[in-house]
Ligand binder design. Structure first.
Ligand code: ADP
Ligand code: MN
Ligand code: MN
Ligand code: MN
Length: 331
């Protein structure tokens, strides 16, 4: 028999969480059946009429269970099959119907923090580690904490067939990043959700919890973001810099709307310090890590490519972020 882990996004406010449950199906199943769950336990229904639907939209091998097992990502539906109010993937599908001809591509850098109990992994009891500086892309037992877990997660993403781009240790000790992309908006967002699931699930085996909190430690410590890299076909072709520059005023005009949907707690992370631009202003710049939008040096030099939206927080809903960027730039 085949073990299928059905995964969906719940209705927790302000930041939804992942939920999953297992369905046993006949060997060789490739068309995964619709299923349902109790929405009153996930903030997606009240107790009287609580059935919500699970509609499989993406599946891949399950590298944790291995063998005869798959992960099945689902959209949440109402009883009549229409998208549930919490189903933001449906909104992204609409934006792609309208603007897919511009061939939008994304790459998302997912930062996160490993916690053991109440402190980040590797932090001394009742105190702080040395100030930030040596930890980003560091090596050595005194600088890097949790590599074993990050390595296992990377292998799991590869074995699941996800579009994983790379991984690195981050500026704050105990903080890491992996990137998903480069690919289309649905593909990258779906893969990011599965990659998050694998991260949490592998963390269980180590007694380490993973947080996407955008500012897990207050004070002089870097927050956690989800830089979102974006291009259209026009931006990727010779002379694409014109298309990149044309996007800047469009993004500026809708800055507040983007900030509103770029993760709860964004004011604590986008302070203007720690490689961020204040959430109160919009700035773009070449190679500028203190800007809202950064145009990488290599892109400037070759004259085409993509830009990096540095505003999104680690706890974003990628379906919403991809939809907003597509609507703002292509609309
Ligand atoms: P940084 O220098 O900001 O840390 P990373 O190396 O972590 O950048 O990540 C680069 C990201 O850019 C990856 O997620 C990758 O998928 C994405 N990317 C590269 N080329 C493109 C492109 N043409 N369009 C969209 N995203 C791209
Ligand atoms: Mn990065
Ligand atoms: Mn980073
Ligand atoms: Mn980045």
């Amino acid at each position: 028999m085949l073990k299928a882990e059905y995964i969906w996004i719940d209705g927790t406010v302000p930041t939804p969480r992942l939920r999953s449950k297992t369905r046993v199906l006949p060997d060789g199943t490739t068309e995964f059946p619709l299923w349902s769950f109790d929405g009153s336990s996930t903030n997606q229904a009240d107790g009287h009429d609580s059935d919500c639907g699970l509609k499989p939209v993406f599946s891949c091998p399950d590298p944790i269970r291995g063998g005869n097992a798959v992960l099945v990502l689902c959209e949440v539906t109402n009883a009549d099959g229409t998208p549930h109010a919490t189903n933001t993937r449906a909104g992204l599908r609409k934006a792609i119907e309208a603007h897919g001809s511009e061939e939008p591509w994304f790459g998302i850098e997912q930062e996160y923090t490993m916690f053991e109990g109440a402190r980040p992994l590797g932090w001394p009891e009742g105190g702080y580690p040395a100030p930030q500086g040596p930890f980003y892309c560091g090596v050595g037992a005194d600088e890097v904490f949790g590599r074993e877990i990050a390595e296992e997660h990377l292998s799991a993403c590869i074995d699941a067939g996800l579009l994983v781009y790379g991984v690195n240790a981050e500026v704050m000790p105990g903080q890491w990043e992996f990137q998903i992309g480069t690919g289309g908006p649905l593909e990258v967002s779906d893969h990011l959700h599965i990659a998050r699931y694998l991260l949490y699930r592998i963390g269980e085996d180590y007694g380490v919890s993973m947080t996407l909190d955008p500012k897990p430690v207050k004070g002089d410590w870097n927050g956690a973001g989800a830089h979102t890299n974006f291009s259209t076909k026009a931006m990727r072709e010779a002379g694409g810099m014109d298309a990149i520059m044309a996007a800047m005023p469009k993004l500026e005009a809708r800055h507040d709307l983007h900030i509103e949907h770029y993760g709860a707690g964004i004011e604590q992370r986008l302070t203007g310090l720690h490689e961020t631009c204040s959430y109160r202003e919009f700035k773009y710049g070449e190679s500028d890590r203190g800007a809202s939008i950064r145009i990488p040096l290599a892109v400037r030099d070759q004259g085409y490519g993509y830009f990096e939206d540095r505003r999104p927080c680690a706890n974003i809903d990628p379906y919403v972020v991809c939809r907003l960027i597509i609507e703002s730039v292509c609309g």
